[in-house]
Design a protein around this ligand. Sequence first.
Ligand SMILES: Cc1cc2nc3c(=O)[nH]c(=O)nc-3n(C[C@H](O)[C@H](O)[C@H](O)COP(=O)(O)OP(=O)(O)OC[C@H]3O[C@@H](n4cnc5c(N)ncnc54)[C@H](O)[C@@H]3O)c2cc1C
Ligand code: FES
Length: 263
Amino acid sequence: MKYLQEIGTITNKTEIAQGIYDVILYCPKIADIALPGQFINILCSCYTLRRPISICGIDKEDGCIRIVFEIRGQGTDWLATLDIGDKMDITGPLGHGFTIDNNKRTILIGGGIGVPPLLSIARHTGKNTTALLGFRSKDNEILIRDFIGYGSKVMVATDDGSDGYHGFVTALLERLLFEQLLNEKQPRYDIIQACGPRPMLKITAAIAEKYNIKCEVSLEERMACGIGACLVCACKTKDKSGEEHYLHVCKNGPVFDAKEVVW
Ligand SMILES: Cc1cc2nc3c(=O)[nH]c(=O)nc-3n(C[C@H](O)[C@H](O)[C@H](O)COP(=O)(O)OP(=O)(O)OC[C@H]3O[C@@H](n4cnc5c(N)ncnc54)[C@H](O)[C@@H]3O)c2cc1C
Ligand code: FES
C-alpha cells in the first residue's frame, strides 16, 4: 500500500446540508494515485489521532480530491472551521477501494454520510448505474444532482417520508431486484456497491446473496493509525472455507466483498 503525507490546500468549501461540508483539496501527489473507495486521514488541530474521511471525487488533472464530511465531534467540528486557502495535513490515499468496471451494470446503495464515496464510482460507471440513496429526511439529502450529472439513475428513500420512498433504502434495493427478476427483458445487474451504517450494509449483503449478485461493502470502524499498525480497526472476516480471521478495516478494507464479512 503506497501512501503519502501531504499538506493540502482548500480551494473550495460549501455547506451542502446542515453540518455537512463539501471540500475541494489541492493535493496533487495524493490525487495522482487515489482510487475510488480509498480514504485520507486528516490531522485535526491538536488531536494526535487523525480522522479518516473518504475520497468522494478525484481530479488528477487539477491535482485535487473532493471530500464530504459531517460534524460528529470535536475533530470534524474543527475541520469545519477551515476555509478556502487554509492548509490540511493529510495522509493517503489509504485502504483498498471499490472494483471499478465501466461495463458492469452497477447498483450503488448509500446511507447518509455513506453516500459520498459512492460518487467516485458513479463518475466511472455513469449511465450503467442506479444509485439508491437513503437519508433521514429531505433536509439531509446530499449529492443527488452530482449522481444525475454523471448519467446515473437516482432513487431516493427518506426515513420520514419527506422525499422519495418512505422507508429504508434497502427496501428500494429489494424492490428493484424483485422487479428485475419478473422482467426477463431487463438486463441483470452485475454488482452492488454499498456504504453506510452497518445495519444497512448487513441487510444489503443478505439481499445480494438472495439474488446472487456480487456485493462490495465499505465498512467504518474507529481508527487510529490508518495503516494497519495499531489493530484498533479489527474486523471479523471469513475466508472461502469459512475459517474466521481478523482483518484491518484501514489496510485490508475499508471495501470488502460482503461474503467475507462476519456480520
Ligand atoms: C474509512 C472511513 C471513511 C469515513 N469517511 C467519512 C466521510 O467521507 N465523511 C464523514 O463525515 N465521515 C466519515 N467517516 C467517519 C469519520 O471518520 C468520523 O465521523 C470522525 O472520525 C469523527 O471524528 P470527531 O473527532 O469529529 O468525532 P469523535 O469525537 O471522535 O466522535 C464523535 C462521534 O463520531 C463517531 N465516530 C468516530 N469515529 C468514527 C468512525 N470511524 N466511524 C463511525 N463513527 C465514528 C463516534 O462514535 C462518536 O459518536 C469515515 C470513517 C472511516 C473509518
Ligand atoms: S487504524 Fe490502526 S490498524 Fe487500522
